[in-house]
Design a protein around this ligand. Structure first.
Ligand SMILES: Nc1nc2c(ncn2[C@@H]2O[C@H](COP(=O)(O)OP(=O)(O)OP(=O)(O)O)[C@@H](O)[C@H]2O)c(=O)[nH]1
Ligand SMILES: [Mg+2]
Length: 145
């Protein structure tokens, strides 16, 4: 089971929809939700420490946690030590690479700073760029996609 985590509006729900090829348009995620065998989380959970314990409890049900970084967002977004809360293997996914303001190097540096190791996946939920590589990686690890 995949879980997606990341700041508000980074594209977590859009990424899950694209991975599941369900044709749905993302609406704001209001609570931790189980969608077709994946776990979606609201961005607020990363940004407000009072939600951290919920993320840890929920991560226990996941096999892989995708930490989503917006390629157009250049500020530090994950607090130091945050990924240790996730207690599962984490994979860095950089989204919105289709946008003109996308800065892959900066996004990569932010993931690295958060303690996430390469490989990172560079994707667009809108154009589908990079999704085949991510899907192949997840399938190799037993995810049904
Ligand atoms: N251009 C572009 N826009 C994207 C991409 N992924 C998501 N978006 C847009 O970014 C906005 C936020 O996307 P969501 O998938 O709702 O983001 P989220 O991380 O689930 O947000 P929360 O549920 O609030 O935490 C929406 O307007 C999406 O259409 C992408 O790959 N490219
Ligand atoms: Mg969402």
């Amino acid at each position: 089971m995949i879980m997606v985590v990341g700041p508000i509006g980074t594209g977590k729900t859009s990424l899950l929809n694209a991975l599941q090829q369900n044709g749905q348009k993302a609406v704001k995620t209001q609570s931790i939700s189980y969608v077709n065998g994946s776990i979606d989380t609201p961005g607020e959970y990363v940004q407000m420490p009072r939600f951290y314990s919920s993320l840890t409890v929920t991560a226990a049900e996941a096999k892989i946690v995708l930490v989503v970084q917006d390629a157009t967002d250049t500020k530090v977004s994950l607090p130091p030590g945050f990924i240790s809360l996730l207690i599962r293997p984490v994979v860095g996914v950089i989204t919105k690479i289709d946008l003109p303001g996308a800065n892959r190097e900066k996004a990569k540096a932010l993931l690295k700073q958060a303690g996430i190791k390469e490989p990172y996946f560079y994707v667009s939920a809108h154009t589908g760029a990079g999704l085949p590589e991510l899907i192949a990686y997840l399938r190799e690890r037993g995810e049904k996609l």
